[in-house]
Ligand binder design. Structure first.
Ligand code: HEM
Length: 127
């Protein structure tokens, strides 16, 4: 995701160090949201933060070094055993957008990242 000047959201945010701040802010929002916090009850947040940082790096146009499970595999159990659905997905996308907006990313680029997340909806929800 990049703008007319060819700058990716990743670069606009300030690259690698800014990813730490973005992931932290994003997770604060997710864990404070009672509609979705339960999905993270049993999760090792330390590891999760590292994964999400790599994920955010990828989705904002940074170096593509994501080597984790496919989106489908990573969320399969959540769909089958914990009822993960569109409403939860909507909340996560909203928190992602709010995080980037708070960090000063211009609206058209936030939209681009939201679109990228949107394109993964069916994979994440295993359908
Ligand atoms: C565009 C939407 C989403 C993306 C890009 C995304 C990305 C990821 C990534 C990269 C991982 C780590 C995979 C691995 O390497 O193991 C992961 C795991 C996880 N995600 Fe998501 N996610 C999305 C939506 C959601 C939603 C909507 C929820 C719940 C509300 C959620 C909850 C989780 C949980 C709990 C894990 C850990 C699963 C485990 O370790 O068994 N994700 N996600």
């Amino acid at each position: 995701m990049s703008d007319e000047a060819g700058k990716t959201v990743y670069e606009q945010l300030g690259g690698e160090p800014a990813m730490d701040a973005a992931v932290k802010l994003f997770y604060e929002k997710v864990l404070a949201d009672e509609h979705i916090a339960r999905f993270f009850d049993q999760i090792d947040m330390e590891k999760q933060l590292k994964k999400q940082k790599r994920f955010l790096t990828m989705i904002t146009g940074g170096p593509n070094n994501y080597t984790g499970r496919s989106m489908r595999a990573a969320h399969r159990k959540l769909v089958q055993k914990q009822g993960l659905d569109d409403s939860h997905f909507d909340h996560v996308v909203e928190h992602l957008g709010a995080t980037l907006t708070e960090l000063g990313v211009p609206a058209h680029l936030v939209k681009g990242v939201a679109d990228a997340a949107e394109s993964m909806r069916d994979d994440v929800l295993n359908r």
